[in-house]
Structures are given as C-alpha cells and as structure tokens.
Design a protein around this ligand. Structure first.
Ligand SMILES: [Zn+2]
Length: 286
C-alpha cells in the first residue's frame, strides 16, 4: 500500500522546517516488562530511573531556556511511579503522548494484551488529567492490531512507523490517522543506549551531531517536518545534553526552524483526501 503524504500549508511565521523534539520517558518500565526477574536488578532499574529523576529535569531546563515546546511519550508505569515527572512536563507547557503501560512490545502480545496496554496507559495518564492525542509504540514495534485500535480509542496520530520521512496518512480501523515518522538514525538510543545484555555503541556525540544537523538541512530544503527521538536516561547525561544544545543552536544558525509539538504539527495537516491512504497520490507534500 502506498501512503499519501500529508499536505501542509506554510509553517507558522516564515519557518522553513517543522522540528519535533520528542522524548520517551521510559523509566524502569522497559526492564520490568522484560520479566519479573528484572525486578531484582537494581543497577539496571536505576539506570532507567535516571531518566525521570535526573535527565528529565536537565531536558526541561534546556527547553525552557530556549523557549521550545516538545512532545514527551510517557509509559503509564512511569506516570504512576514518577508523578512529579508528569507534573514537570505539563508545567513546562509540553505535550504528553501515550507510550504503552509497561512498555511492552506490541509484537509480543495477543490482541487482548495490546488493548490492555493501551487502556491501562490511558488510565494512568488520565489520573494526571492527560488525554493523549498521539501514540508511540514501545520499542517502535507496531502491529496491525494496535494500529487498528488507535483511532477508536481517540488517537489522531501515531509516531511509530517509517515509510516516509514526511508525515503521511495511515488508516486505523476505518479512520485516517496521521503518521509522524521517526527513524533509528534520528534516535539517541542506538547511539548512546547501553546495557550489559543489549549492548550499544556509545558513539561519538560529534558524529551524531553532524548526522542530526545534516538531516535538519535536508528537511529544511524539503520544507518538511522532521522528528527527533530521545530518552532522558540517555540524552539527559551531562555530555549528551551539551550535544543537544549544540544541535538546537546549530539549527537556529542554519535556518528558520519551527520547533513544534507533534500535536501542533498534526493540527496543521489538511484533512486527507478521500482514500488518501490508498495508492491515489495527493498534492505536493510539506
Ligand atoms: Zn520507549
């Protein structure tokens, strides 16, 4: 199936490119979701806890200093066990999206389990008064079952798939759903995430800075939206937050970015043409 890219009017102001900085506040959930024995691994769990308890504050301070709004995808478990993190994100004027409850990969669950992750995540965020419009699947594994459930649960967009580097229309159940694609190369985790069991690269931040700014330049030339994905437990380390600051100021030096939440970008997308998620192409993409 060919997915139709979304059509946008001009970005606000005289911006050339829409930049979505997004942060997945995973906390301990991914590890606890691996199995009950992980509940005994204090070091691994503490590595996750660094995200909401230490890294997040640094991220929020930087965004406040630069007057940037961002989107934070928060598992229900994080919201339940780190309520101050949710409060701080909301106090900064940022958007919160859904990221499962225990960060369980949708591909490892039957349909009932997938629905439970969605509903329990909604309930946990709801306890903070948050009704998320967007969903990002844990570990970026999205199944047809979960995709089909999203619109029926009130979601208007997803940020899990990668079939284009422009926002594009998907179908969830019978309703259109805007896809805001990310990519592993634009995520901090493959470069900087590391565990004794899953490995990692521990890459040179200068190399990642170049890659991310080159992608910004490409998006600027295309006048498209671009999503960067980060994790406070990784990007919130001191040396990496310095990289993030250089990336943002580098964007400001190179062009005219509009730093936007995912919801702000979605609000600008024109309604999809009839059958837009079918092979029928629609107009130039923004
Ligand atoms: Zn995650």
């Amino acid at each position: 199936m060919v997915n139709a890219p979304a059509v946008f009017p001009a970005w606000p102001g005289d911006a050339e490119v829409a930049v979505a900085l997004t942060f997945d506040v995973d906390g301990e959930a991914p590890w606890l979701g691996e199995g009950p024995e992980y509940g005994q691994r204090l070091t691994l769990l503490s590595q996750g806890r660094f995200g909401p308890e230490r890294g997040l504050g640094r991220v929020l301070d930087l965004l406040a200093e630069l007057d940037i709004r961002a989107t934070f995808y928060v598992p229900g478990h994080t919201a339940d066990h780190h309520p101050d993190a949710v409060t701080a994100i909301l106090a900064g004027g940022h958007e919160i999206g859904h990221h499962g409850y225990l960060h369980l990969g949708t591909d490892g669950l039957e349909a009932d389990g997938q629905r439970a992750e969605l509903e329990e995540g909604l309930a946990a965020l709801g306890r903070h008064g948050v009704r998320p419009a967007g969903y990002r699947s844990p570990g970026w594994e999205l199944t047809p079952e979960t995709l089909a459930m999203l619109a029926g649960l009130g979601f208007s967009y997803d940020s899990s798939l990668m079939a284009d580097d422009r926002p594009y229309w998907e179908t969830s159940g019978t309703a259109p759903l805007l896809e805001l694609p990310g990519h592993w190369s634009l995520c901090d985790w493959p470069y900087f995430g590391w565990t004794p069991y899953h490995g990692g690269l521990l890459a040179d931040p200068a190399a990642v800075e170049r890659i991310w700014l080159e992608e910004f330049e490409s998006a600027r030339q295309d006048n498209r939206a671009v999503t960067y994905t980060m994790h406070p437990e990784a990007i919130g380390r001191g040396y990496l937050l310095r990289m993030l600051r250089r990336v943002i100021t580098g964007m400001l030096d190179r062009g005219r970015p509009w730093f936007a939440t995912h919801a702000q970008i979605v609000a600008l997308a024109n309604e999809p043409a009839a059958g837009a998620a079918s092979p029928a192409p629609v107009g130039p993409a923004g």
